[in-house]
Design a protein around this ligand. Structure first.
Ligand code: MLC
Ligand code: AMP
Length: 509
């Protein structure tokens, strides 16, 4: 039987003994272990009644077994649905209700809180911990067999659903097909010159596009290997560089590395590639990193719905502040947001994209899907940018009301809705304010009712447990009224300007 994505992975593996993954505590997986372990998990999924097309929702700590579960879902024809570990049970309730997974795999620590969620939506609940233990692995011991007849999956079949928060309304599940993922992985492998000799430092979470698809799928499509870290720590990452060849990260990784005294040409001598994406990399970070290490970071641009869209070249000019050229097979254009006409070179407009990388649509939301595609098949990214005469794309802003903090997207509307519900709050506006470490920091500007005793600490305490930690404001500020334009719309640009220095270190003198 043919399975579009998995077949490509198995043919890329150099041999069964070739290394695939190593953890910090010295555990090692070869490609043979990956195939064996994912077969056992796929057989277990089938024994639990997971049939092709079923969703398998997964909210677990990062572990090699969680990656094997992703591969097992591909082989079993299931749709993998990873969820940020920071999401609260309240947030999970929506995703599970919307996606209706057959199975929800959670961390043991979250199981008690998630049992009612799973029950309410008819999902079976199993657990998986960071060390590869939990009830799911106990079932593997019972049902797992080392060979599995992969379910037939063609290019257009669903491989994964990743939720992206909506600027209006609820989160949308982006449906990604086997070919969306494979085409992009093969393109990145060639564009970034990955071979089986590569070893990637993997310090990203594996519940988003960057860590799961850009990093892992590219490694799988290349038959390469990775050093698999539970989280990013600058010192640890630096200490591993003499055993690795490449790293992918969000700008915060590079900000922190550039501040670390251990970043030197000697420490990075064995590395051939540093890739950054998911949020804007400041030109000053690009330069500081190069000055200290001798390496020019390669910045690329993409999103959940489209995988990777553009990349700076491997050999050519890596331009600080630009996200590079459209990847092979992908077309990018910039249009006037009002007239929809294509604008001239160097003019700013809406970035639109078309190619095999672009998702199939939003899960059970045909109208929302239609609204974000042009008639000729281009997807409207919501990012504002320009293309210069050489074809380099630069992102200059966003048409969508979105804050990107340390590479995580936060939709202000979701945070505002929670704050507005609090007693004594009249209204709020949530904005992203420049932050040296996170790029942007979620910041709430609140109007309280006359005489109300709402405090910053009170607001933060009320949000705790309702919103994932990274969505909670770093500061809550109070004002008498929010600035509005003549249409009555809150002027967020004015607020961003007013608080531009909020997180800057105080200037001396
Ligand atoms: C952690 N915190 C954050 C945060 N991460 N707050 C805001 N934004 C974030 N991104 C909170 C913690 O809960 C903690 O709060 C406090 O901030 C300090 O934590 P820390 O120890 O400094 O954080 P750390 O664990 O080091 O995490 C920072 C980080 C991490 C940048 C390493 O957030 C990260 O790995 N981000 C990567 C996100 C990612 O993979 N994005 C890709 C999306 S895909 P407290 O109060 O508990 O102390 C995509 C498409 C594409 O966008 O193009 O790739
Ligand atoms: P997500 O919805 O989490 O996939 O985030 C995608 C968004 O991240 C894009 O629409 C961009 O706004 C932003 N993004 C990704 N890469 C870059 C980059 N290199 N520079 C600026 N913004 C980026």
């Amino acid at each position: 039987m043919s399975n579009h994505l998995f077949d490509a992975v198995s043919s890329a593996a150099p041999d069964l003994d070739a290394p695939f993954l190593e953890t910090l505590d010295g555990r090692r997986w070869s490609y043979g272990d990956l195939f064996d372990g994912s077969a056992r998990l796929a057989a277990t999924l089938a024994a639990l009644g997971v049939v092709p097309g079923d969703r398998v929702a997964v909210q677990v700590e990062k572990s090699p077994e969680a990656l094997l579960l992703y591969v097992a879902c591909l082989r079993a024809g299931a749709v993998f649905l990873p969820l940020n570990v920071a999401y609260t049970p309240t947030e999970l309730d929506y995703f599970v209700g919307d996606a209706e997974p057959r199975l929800l795999v959670a961390s043991p620590a979250a199981a008690a809180a998630l049992r009612p969620v799973a029950h309410r939506h008819g999902a079976r609940l199993e657990t998986l911990d960071a060390k590869g233990g939990g009830s799911l692995m106990a079932l593997v011991a019972e049902h797992g067999v080392p060979s599995f007849d992969n379910i037939d999956r063609g290019p257009d079949d669903l491989a994964a659903i990743l939720y992206t928060s909506g600027t209006t309304g609820r989160s949308k599940g982006a449906m990604l097909t086997h070919d969306n993922l494979l085409s992009n992985a093969l393109t990145l492998k060639d564009f970034w010159r990955f071979t089986p000799a590569d070893r990637l430092i993997h310090a990203l979470p594996i519940f988003h596009t960057h860590g799961l698809f850009v990093a892992t799928n590219t490694i799988l499509a290349s038959g390469a290997s990775m050093l698999f870290l539970p989280r990013f720590d600058a010192g640890e990452v630096l200490s591993l560089m003499d055993r690795a060849t490449a790293m992918m990260g969000v700008p915060t990784f590079y900000v922190r590395l550039a501040q670390h005294p251990g970043l030197t040409p000697e420490a990075t001598a064995g590395m051939r590639l540093f890739v950054s994406g998911s949020a804007p990399l400041l030109a000053e970070t690009h330069r500081a990193f190069e000055e200290k290490s001798g390496h020019k970071i390669l910045e690329r641009y993409g999103m959940t719905e489209t995988n990777m869209i553009t990349s700076n070249p491997y050999d050519g000019d890596r331009v600080a502040g630009a996200v590079g050229l459209p990847l092979p097979g992908i077309t990018v254009r910039v249009t006037d947001p009002e007239t929809k006409a294509i604008v001239g070179a160097g003019e700013v407009g809406m970035i639109e994209v078309r190619g095999p990388n672009v998702f199939k649509g939003y899960w059970r939301m045909p109208e929302k899907t239609q609204a974000e595609f042009r008639e000729d098949g281009f997807f409207v990214t919501g990012d504002l940018g320009k293309i210069d005469a050489r074809g380099y794309v630069t992102i200059v802003g966003r048409d969508k009301d979105l804050v990107i903090s340390g590479g995580y997207n936060v939709y202000p509307k979701e945070v505002e809705a929670e704050i507005d519900e609090l007693e004594g709050v009249v209204e709020s506006a949530v904005i992203g304010v420049a932050h040296a470490d996170f790029g942007e920091a979620v910041t709430a500007v609140v109007v309280k009712a006359e005489g109300a005793s709402v405090s910053e600490r009170g607001v933060l305490a009320a949000l705790d447990g309702r919103l994932a930690r990274f969505k909670q404001p770093k500061r809550v500020l109070f004002v008498d009224e929010l600035p509005r334009n003549t249409m009555g719309k809150v002027q967020k640009a004015a607020l961003r300007q007013r608080y531009a220095d909020l997180y800057q270190p105080a200037k001396v003198g």
